[in-house]
Design a protein around this ligand. Structure first.
Ligand SMILES: [Zn+2]
Ligand SMILES: [Zn+2]
Length: 204
């Protein structure tokens, strides 16, 4: 029974209420309706992430295990919307980590003459994910690789030869020119969700 039906029934039984009672009822009805519409407006509808957003988010959690803070990323390799393997930035298993003994920095001169510093103690998240697949005999051919930045040149070469067909990253990497070129040449689709370039300390 609605409030209106209830009022009509009460009026039939007890007669029409006085104007003061009617005003009081009207006041509460307005408040009730306003409350209902506010509830409808403020109700937050759950929005499911897309598949790409979902795996990128999982990659962020994987990256929390990284042991070098110069690009502490996590990698997720997926096929048919199922996670096959993960990997994160770190020194080889059993070898001292950057977090404990510091970085192993090398200065690299780029093609255009600019120099940038790179930590070479670690293998990158993509390399470790591919190594993990080899270790456990998981076929990643035809898969999609998720990472937080565009893969470096070395990782890009490994990704191509591992048979990965699609790479989805959150941000761009400042030294990704050659990676982009060889992905295009080899027919690997590269999707950069946010064109912003990832930055970190002492990058150049
Ligand atoms: Zn390092
Ligand atoms: Zn790399």
């Amino acid at each position: 029974m609605t409030i209106l039906q209830w009022v009509v029934m009460v009026e039939k039984v007890f007669g029409r209420p006085s104007p003061a009672v009617r005003r009081g009822f009207s006041f509460f009805k307005t408040r009730y309706n306003r409350g209902m519409s506010q509830n409808q407006n403020t109700e937050v509808k759950h929005v499911r992430p897309s598949w790409d957003e979902y795996f990128i988010k999982i990659g962020r959690d994987v990256g929390e295990r990284a042991t070098c803070n110069r690009g502490s990323g996590g990698c997720v390799i997926v096929k048919d919307k199922r996670i096959l393997v993960t990997g994160y930035v770190g020194a080889p298993a059993g070898v001292a980590h950057c977090d404990d003994v510091g970085h192993e920095l090398h200065t690299v001169t780029q093609e255009d003459g600019t120099q940038s510093k790179h930590c070479i103690r670690t293998s990158h998240g993509e390399q470790n994910a591919i190594a993990n697949a080899a270790r456990k005999g998981v076929a990643i051919e035809g898969g999609t690789l998720y990472y937080f930045i565009t893969p470096c040149y070395t990782c890009a070469k490994m990704i191509i030869n591992a048979g990965i067909v699609r790479v989805v990253v959150e941000k761009d990497y400042h030294a990704s020119k050659r990676s982009k070129e060889i992905f295009k040449e080899a027919g690997v689709e590269l999707i950069i969700l946010n064109p912003e370039v990832e930055t970190y300390a002492d990058m150049k």
